[in-house]
Design a protein around this ligand. Structure first.
Ligand code: PMP
Length: 286
């Protein structure tokens, strides 16, 4: 049984609970982060901690825990649960004011709820899916306008994954005004004339921590990067495509809406970026 963390305490998962009045439960009034663990160490903890603060600030939510303590809780959960490869999920909500009300509760009297738990994923770094590549479908992006805030409003992304599954694919890329925004839980890229193309940062997409690292490593490796919009048609005609996220790192995409990219196998740019990302982030893991 897992040991989890709830509001300052470690406990067995079956003893952990939050109020039925918690605003995360009633209103999706909460934010989250997922940090991966490789070799028992945290990948890009600093990036996730900074983005957590940004999400909290955007929603006018108080930080329930400082950076140092947060790192310690992450490490303690890795230790207590013997995680070698996997993820740590962190969620902060505006807490429970003991009733349901649209108005935010007074932060002086209502403390945020903080929950962390681990997910063991042995073999995460050497996932067979990375060798095979994934298939995506395109769906309309009907999410709200602040996708840069990492909120727990994940119903539409969850529906998107179900649409993909039904279509025999692995995930969905979302389209707004004719252009790809991002994947349901990842950032989207194509490769054209050897150049890596991905949508620029704005409120339309989540500012992926893996995205930032991968673009940095790509530039260090003298690969060309262009931040701009692209359509599904351009993606289908691209040499390669891939996604990035904390839990999949860099994952090649080999088919879009039934159209195979190139020869239908993972391309050299995505494969190389995955290797570089794993190598470099392991070096910097804490
Ligand atoms: N976009 C969305 C919509 C996501 O949910 C995620 C992962 N949570 C990402 C992008 C990738 O972000 P990161 O690299 O920080 O995991």
């Amino acid at each position: 049984m897992r040991t989890v963390y709830v509001n300052g305490e470690y406990m067995p998962e079956n003893e952990a609970s939050v109020s039925i009045f918690d605003r995360g439960f009633l209103m999706a009034d909460g934010v989250y982060e997922v940090t991966s663990v490789l070799g028992g160490k945290l990948i890009d903890f600093e990036g996730h901690a900074v983005r957590l603060q940004r999400s909290l600030d955007a929603l006018d939510m108080r930080s329930p825990i400082d950076r140092e303590d947060l790192l310690e809780v992450h490490r303690e959960l890795v230790r207590r649960n013997g995680i070698d490869e996997g993820m740590i999920y962190l969620q902060v909500t505006r807490g429970s004011a003991g009733d349901r009300d649209f108005v935010f509760p007074d932060p002086e009297t209502t403390a945020p709820t903080v929950v962390l738990f681990t997910q063991a994923k042995p073999g995460l770094a050497h996932s067979p899916a990375a060798k095979k590549g994934m298939k995506v479908i395109s769906i309309e992006d009907i999410r709200w306008g602040r996708r840069d805030i990492k909120t727990v409003q994940l119903l539409y992304p969850s529906m998107g994954k179900m649409m993909a599954k039904k279509a025999g694919a692995d995930d969905a890329w979302m389209i707004e005004d004719g252009y790809v925004t991002e994947g349901t839980s990842n950032n989207a890229y194509i490769v054209k004339d050897g150049k890596i193309i991905t949508r620029e940062l704005s409120n339309d997409i989540l500012h992926g921590i893996t995205r930032a690292a991968v673009l940095r490593f790509a530039e260090e490796a003298q690969m060309q990067v262009e931040e701009r919009n692209f359509t599904i048609e351009e993606a289908q005609a691209a040499e390669e495509a891939f996604i990035t996220s904390a839990s999949t790192f860099v994952m090649p995409v080999v088919e879009i809406d039934g159209v195979a990219l190139g020869d239908g196998t993972p391309g050299p740019v995505a494969t190389r970026l995955r290797e570089i990302y794993l190598e470099e982030s392991l070096k910097a893991a804490v």
